[in-house]
Design a protein around this ligand. Structure first.
Ligand code: NAG
Ligand code: NAG
Length: 400
């Protein structure tokens, strides 16, 4: 009898002491816990889901001009990579589940446990406009605490639509918007709130983009907007394109100094034009293929090319004026004569000057100077377009 009692007393503590397995069983027993029910004892109470967003790294901001390798044709996420913003980010989620509370001292002091999210209620955090097929956010493991606080995280690649405006390219800032909310629940049932956003200080940094700022905005549509402000790093494009263009511009101006008699002037102008063309073809690969606005760098190029064309046109006319044979001017002069006689009789003297080789030379020089002036003006305009782009583009323009 005594022996039996001893056994009973020896057994009592071990049977009474409940461990983590018992805890899970008691909490998540299908008879007690339904994962489709909002975790509120009073159904009129709201579930607040708090999200902390950390942008770890900007992977890419692609407009259709930037070619991104299509990794897998079957994966729908990789087909529509145009106008997309990819980033590595971490979303830390936290909400309270009123059905998952316990007294830790009853369970060997276990005050938290980790489990698979498929066993409990999880909010449907949706990233609207996400391009990876599934707009929802998949969670890794969840951690449940004895006071009912549930936390989990999403860590991975987030690709969202972002249409860029390249007006100030390559000195442009781009604003990308990510909308976060719940698709299933109204904001009166489940309120998804981003409490903080931050840029990971240790981020490696993207070679072409700087993440300058992140801002939050509440909308009345039941979702929150997160604005990512990105700045393009212009060094590569500036060195690769603006430096050679400036050199070519100098050569265009020099082409006016070459005497027409040298005969090489036009071919020099043409080869300059072709050099511009080669540079432009190279540039096309970098320019965003967007029809909403013309990039500043393209205007810069176009103005330089026009100045090159003017140099060729002016050289041709100068050569024509200076070298025209005696037969051709006569015919034109006689044609002009009849009109000129009617208009002004004093014109005779001018026509004499034109016939005069010195006068032709002089008008050739005038044409040359005029061409030089126009080309110079165009190059100046081109550079002021770029300077304007650097001055005007100072940050993102956030919507009201
Ligand atoms: C539920 O909450 C509302 C508002 O807080 C309260 O008015 C109501 O009495 C509560 N219902 C129950 C059953 O506790
Ligand atoms: C937890 O259980 C212990 C022992 O039964 C009790 O003393 C304590 O007050 C309980 N704590 C809470 C928060 O109910």
């Amino acid at each position: 009898m005594n022996f039996n009692l001893l056994i009973i007393f020896w057994c009592i503590p071990s049977t009474l002491s409940l461990n983590e397995v018992d805890l899970r069983r008691s909490l998540l027993d299908p008879a007690v816990y339904d994962k489709f029910v909002r975790p509120r004892i009073n159904a009129s109470h709201i579930v607040n889901v708090r999200i902390e967003l950390t942008s770890v790294n900007v992977i890419s901001l692609a407009s259709s001009g930037n070619r991104i390798p299509r990794q897998d044709w079957k994966d729908p996420g990789w087909k529509e990579r145009e106008s997309s913003f990819s980033q590595a980010c971490i979303l830390l989620l936290n909400w309270d589940d009123e059905f998952l509370t316990w007294n830790a001292s009853h369970y060997e002091g276990v005050d938290s446990f980790v489990m698979d999210p498929s066993f409990l209620w999880t909010p449907d955090v949706t990233i609207f406009g996400r391009m990876e097929g599934n707009q929802g956010v998949d969670f890794s493991r969840v951690q449940v605490q004895s006071n009912g606080s549930v936390s989990t995280l999403f860590s991975g690649l987030l690709t969202t639509h972002c249409s860029s405006n390249p007006a100030y390219f390559p000195f442009d800032y781009q604003l990308c918007t990510v909308k976060v909310g719940s698709q299933i629940y109204s904001s009166l049932d489940v309120f998804i709130e981003i409490t903080s956003v931050k840029i990971d200080k240790e981020q490696e940094g993207n070679p072409t983009w700087d993440l300058v700022d992140i801002k939050l905005r509440n909308t009345s549509y039941g979702y929150q907007e997160v604005f990512f402000c990105l700045r393009r790093k212009p060094l590569y494009l500036t060195v690769l394109y603006m430096a050679p263009t400036t050199m070519l511009a100098v050569l265009v101006l020099i082409s006016y100094v070459i005497p027409s008699e040298a005969g090489e002037k036009i071919s020099f102008g043409m080869s300059l034009f072709l050099s511009f063309m080669v540079c432009l073809l190279q540039l096309i690969g970098h320019l965003p293929q967007v029809s909403t606005s013309v990039p500043a760098l393209e205007i810069y190029y176009m103005l330089h090319m026009v100045s090159g064309v003017i140099s060729v046109v002016v050289s041709s006319f100068t050569a024509y004026v200076i070298h025209k044979t005696d037969q051709s001017p006569q015919s034109t002069v006689t044609k002009v004569k009849d009109v000129a006689m009617v208009l002004d009789k004093n014109d005779k003297t001018d026509r004499k000057v034109m016939k005069n080789p010195n006068g032709r030379l002089r008008s050739g020089i005038f044409l040359n100077r005029f061409g030089f002036f126009v080309s110079f003006l165009l190059i100046l305009t081109a550079n002021s377009v770029m300077i304007n782009a650097t001055l005007v583009s100072t940050g993102c323009i956030y919507p009201e």
